[in-house]
Ligand binder design. Structure first.
Ligand SMILES: CC(C)(COP(=O)(O)OP(=O)(O)OC[C@H]1O[C@@H](n2cnc3c(N)ncnc32)[C@H](O)[C@@H]1OP(=O)(O)O)[C@@H](O)C(=O)NCCC(=O)NCCS
Length: 173
């Protein structure tokens, strides 16, 4: 297992992963073709953001990213997803914990925040295992297919305990 930046050559893998589970449609922008995947990978590397492909035997199987981190408060927005075939092995939790620990230590951020639909229990569990603490509920924040969803907000601070999960090797360049 390895966490490393996405490269343009990962576009076919990103395309395949994006179609592996219906819930990824909400997690990713529309990825209709390889050009759209390449454009998203280029956006991953823009200032204020980092995105790490979680790879197994060199092949991307998921993503952990930070965005909106260019601010005076040293906050970042945290997000993650896994392709359908490799879910349920604890890898998303370990990858999220690894990237969060790096961001709050060497990465120079003080606060990571995220929000998940309250019914997305797997996402909430991943965040908890990665050391995030629940802050509250944003009522009816998201609208999907005509239905409004409450969102649970969570954060992890540089001063919070580091979770005891086995880290995954993280390569920055
Ligand atoms: C959220 C997501 C990354 C989890 O991936 P995963 O591979 O299942 O994650 P892990 O195996 O590391 O851990 C999942 C945890 O959720 C739990 N879980 C999974 N499905 C669950 C469910 N329906 N109800 C309750 N708990 C559930 C698992 O038991 C596990 O907890 P545990 O380690 O205490 O047993 C994956 O489902 C995904 O990509 N979803 C779509 C994108 C998404 O929602 N991203 C987050 C946006 S905020």
């Amino acid at each position: 297992m390895l966490l490393r930046p996405w490269t343009i050559d990962d576009a076919p893998a990103l395309f395949r992963l994006s179609r592996s589970a219906p819930d990824l449609v909400r997690q990713l922008p529309p990825l209709d073709d390889l050009a759209a995947c390449r454009a998203l990978i280029e956006r991953f590397a823009q200032p204020g953001g980092r995105a790490f492909a979680l790879t197994e035997n060199g092949v991307p199987i998921g993503n952990v990213g930070i965005s909106d981190a260019l601010n005076a408060h040293r906050n970042g927005w945290f997000h993650y997803w896994m392709g359908a075939e490799t879910r349920g092995r604890g890898l998303a939790s370990r990858a999220a914990a690894t990237v969060a620990t790096w961001a709050l230590d060497e990465g120079g951020l003080f606060r990571l925040e995220l929000g998940h639909r309250v019914e997305n229990l797997a996402s909430g569990r991943v965040a908890e295992r990665a050391g995030f603490i629940a802050e509250g509920i944003e009522r009816a924040k998201l609208l999907y297919d005509g239905v409004r969803h409450d969102v649970r907000t969570m954060s992890r601070l540089a001063t919070d305990p580091v979770p005891g999960l086995q880290p995954i090797r993280l390569v920055l360049e």
